[in-house]
Design a protein around this ligand. Structure first.
Ligand code: SAH
Length: 343
């Protein structure tokens, strides 16, 4: 079968074999793939783009991820923790600016105990009809269960790479099996779940990428984020090249045609490697964009990869700029919470 026919088949049946996915990733049939992904996005998700506010509330981390700039071995980084009420206060500011989803992200920081996170969830839930997405890494089942009871709606925990041996070598503190178990537990507990992976990790092949996309399907994710790997000078992978944003767009488009319904953001990593590809992502399957809302003094320090220099603006002004941008590219700003789409 030629590549166009494979793409048509996947669009029609939502099924694809690993060889078929590799064929597409390998081919130069990108214009056709992107067009189909855009149509599937339009049909399944509409023209709305969802804006999410992200509060990166702590850069303390007990993990040793080989790619991540806030890994615990990076002693040159100034570490910060936001106070519980400060986090709630910034969620309040973001809500006032129009955001209806708060993504609470941090390194794996046990200082934020089960009870402290519960306090934050309840505090934010009192502010209004706000969806809460947690992105705080691996915790035990009972903790995830409690946070769901407290009102958390979604959980982002990327599988990072579907190659188990590669995963384990990049994450000496944990294991692929545990990461996947977390995703399954979270789904069982009723969370809308988000996974995702990096493109261009050293040792990754197109075969791995195809498996990454198939794993998203197997996990039946509600959201998936994929972004290029960006080397950070204070990590073991500092000398490796940045991942391809073109391949990132292909993986995004392929995810859209195979899975259809998940919310797919233009990841910040994609904006950092190539700002033009932020726009391109909206034409190749993406329907979500996230904006940081924590104080600027912390934004600089949440350095999972080198941050571009930032021009300080208010949360409201920044939101307005993104809204204008969405309108310019002919899409609509969503005015709902943007929960999971069930087809
Ligand atoms: N501690 C949380 C949040 C991790 S940071 C957790 O474990 O889920 C959020 C995401 O940033 C990671 O899942 C990873 O996919 C991405 N990331 C981290 N370092 C990166 C790098 N150097 N280049 C590209 N993406 C990176």
């Amino acid at each position: 079968m030629n590549t166009q026919k494979i793409i048509d088949k996947i669009v029609e049946t939502s099924q694809g074999s690993i060889d078929e996915l590799i064929n597409i990733l390998n081919s130069d049939c990108d214009a056709y793939l992107f067009k189909q992904a855009d149509q599937v996005r339009k049909k399944c998700c509409g023209n709305e783009i969802h804006l999410r506010a992200i509060i990166e509330f702590s850069n303390h981390c007990r993990c040793d991820c080989s790619y991540c700039g806030i890994n615990r071995q990076n002693t040159s980084l100034t570490r910060y923790r936001m106070e519980l009420d400060e986090i709630i206060d910034y969620a309040k500011k973001a809500y006032a600016a129009g955001y209806q989803t708060m993504v609470l992200q941090s390194g794996e920081d046990p200082w934020y105990t089960r009870e402290k996170i519960s306090y934050i969830i309840k505090g934010i839930k009192k502010l209004g009809d706000i969806a809460i997405t947690l992105s705080v890494g691996e915790r035990d089942y009972d903790t995830y269960k409690q946070w769901k009871v407290d009102g958390a709606d979604r959980f982002l925990i990327k599988h990072e790479t579907a190659d188990e041996a590669l995963y384990n070598s990049l994450h000496p503190h944990s294991s692929f099996k545990n990461r996947i178990q977390c995703l399954k537990d979270l789904k069982e507990l009723g969370y809308q779940i988000g996974s995702g992976f990096m493109i261009g990790l050293p040792g990754q092949t197109l075969d791995t990428l195809a498996k990454d996309i198939l794993l998203l399907k197997e996990l039946d994710v509600d959201m998936a984020g994929m972004g290029p790997f960006i080397p950070h000078p204070k990590t073991k992978l500092k000398n490796y090249p940045v991942g391809s944003s073109y391949l990132t767009l292909k993986a995004l488009a392929l995810t859209r045609i195979l899975l259809k319904r998940p919310h797919l953001p233009t990841t910040t990593a994609l904006e950092v490697t190539n700002i033009k590809d932020r726009k391109n992502a909206f034409y190749t399957g993406a329907n979500v964009i996230m904006r940081k809302v924590q104080p600027y003094k912390y934004r600089k320090l949440y350095e999972i990869y080198p941050n571009p220099s930032i021009h300080e603006k208010s949360i409201g002004k920044e939101r307005k700029e993104v809204e204008d941008y969405i309108k310019i590219i002919g899409r609509k700003v969503a005015n709902t919470r943007g929960d999971s789409i069930h087809l």
